[in-house]
Design a binder for this molecule. Structure first.
Ligand SMILES: [Zn+2]
Length: 71
């Protein structure tokens, strides 16, 4: 199972299984996964989580720590 990694318009990095059609971001926007530009593909949910965390840190310079209650 591959996981697709992409960004919401609000800037958050999200991931979902490649079979997922829509994904609701924590900002409230529902994304059509098939129409998003895929940034990366991960081979497992663990890898997807790590990649998302790395990308968030790159984007926010590690100054913002996302917590589990946002997931
Ligand atoms: Zn969003």
């Amino acid at each position: 199972m591959n996981y697709l990694i992409y960004r919401c318009d609000c800037g958050r990095v999200l991931y979902s299984k490649e079979t997922t059609k829509t994904k609701k971001c924590t900002c409230g926007k529902t994304l059509n996964v098939k129409k998003r530009r895929i940034l990366k593909i991960a081979q497992s949910s663990t890898q997807a989580t790590e990649t998302v965390q790395q990308m968030q840190e790159e984007i926010y310079g590690g100054s913002i720590f996302r917590t589990a209650n946002e997931l």
